[in-house]
Design a protein around this ligand. Sequence first.
Ligand code: ZN
Length: 85
Amino acid sequence: MALKREIPLASSVPLPYPSPVMPRGKRTVFAVTCPESGGRIGTIRFHKQDKMGVAWKEHAGKLMKYCSVCRKHVKPKFKEERHSK
Ligand SMILES: [Zn+2]
């Protein structure tokens, strides 16, 4: 009687972790508005501070957004939005 041992094929596991680790800290929703027309361009989510300790304003300061009212890219304004749900 020969006992055959089945060797599982999953010898090389591509992902060492089952799921990506979610960053800590809440994300805040900001309303993006145009400084010229005052129109709402959209919303954006930022961590108040990322893992490098960079405040969201650092990231937001480099952003340009297209305003459909002015028909150009503008340096948008951000207003924090509260979301109760
Ligand atoms: Zn505009």
